[in-house]
Design a protein around this ligand. Structure first.
Ligand SMILES: [Zn+2]
Ligand SMILES: [Zn+2]
Length: 241
């Protein structure tokens, strides 16, 4: 039987320096429950360190979490990476931190807190490396390394700041196959070479989380997410507000 799931695949946790500190597992779970959201992704800037706890807690509330990261490339372009398993996201995150992020520390009073959290919404520590910096990876290197870790890439909010189109002015040939996250419906009227598109909230605060797509599938598996993403709208429908 095919079901219809309400989803939002771009949500920041309290680990992202620019997100509210109220973006904790139980708070996000209760918003999802109240809005009928079945399936989300946690996508913090350059890190997956909160993904495991969110996955555990939200699962108890009946919400499935895709482990993700929003990678910031050298071109100042944001790319969403989605992984099949928490371990894979954590491995990629660790590699990014060890090999590709400068060891810049952050003054949370100026740049925002990068908080790690436990199952009961207690803050347990904080990420010391500045997550708002570009990783030492080009767009092409980001796409290929995400693939090496078994992940799937989506170009984030292409027509907004830090989006592919906004930063480069064009959609380069080598990115045409990558699904694109569109922020505004009017972007579709511009005749761009867009095939597989998605829309997400990019929520940095609780009130921003909202169903942005619905997916028709049998279950909420990673494989079904991936095929819906590449279905050219057949099993993924955008909910414009
Ligand atoms: Zn972004
Ligand atoms: Zn984001």
């Amino acid at each position: 039987m095919t079901l219809s799931f309400l989803c939002d695949f771009h949500v920041h946790s309290c680990l992202s320096p620019c997100a509210d500190i109220t973006m904790t597992p139980k708070e996000i779970a209760s918003v999802c429950v109240s809005k009928g959201i079945d399936w989300i992704a946690i996508t913090d800037h350059n890190s997956a360190r909160n993904v495991r706890v969110f996955s555990d807690v939200l699962n108890k509330f009946g919400v499935v979490v895709i482990p993700g990261i929003e990678v910031h490339t050298l071109e100042d372009v944001h790319i969403l990476a989605y992984f099949a398993e928490v371990e894979k996201a954590e491995d990629y995150s660790e590699w990014l931190k060890e090999e590709k992020l400068s060891q810049l520390s952050v003054d949370p009073e100026i740049s925002g807190y990068q908080l790690l959290v436990d199952e009961d919404d207690n803050f347990t520590g904080f990420e010391e490396i500045w997550l708002g910096q570009p990783a030492l990876l080009s767009i092409a290197q980001t796409l290929s390394t995400i693939e090496e870790y078994g992940g799937v890439s989506v170009m984030a909010h292409i027509e907004r700041k830090m989006g592919l189109l906004a930063q480069l002015g064009v959609i380069p040939e080598n990115c045409r196959e990558v699904p694109m996250e569109i922020s505004f419906k009017r972007t579709l009227d511009k005749g761009l070479p867009l095939e597989n598109i998605i829309h997400s909230s990019d929520a940095h605060s609780l009130s921003m989380i909202t169903p942005t797509v619905s997916i028709d599938s049998k279950t909420r598996s990673y494989d079904e997410f991936r095929s819906a993403l590449y279905s050219n709208g057949r099993s993924l429908r955008i909910i414009w507000d």
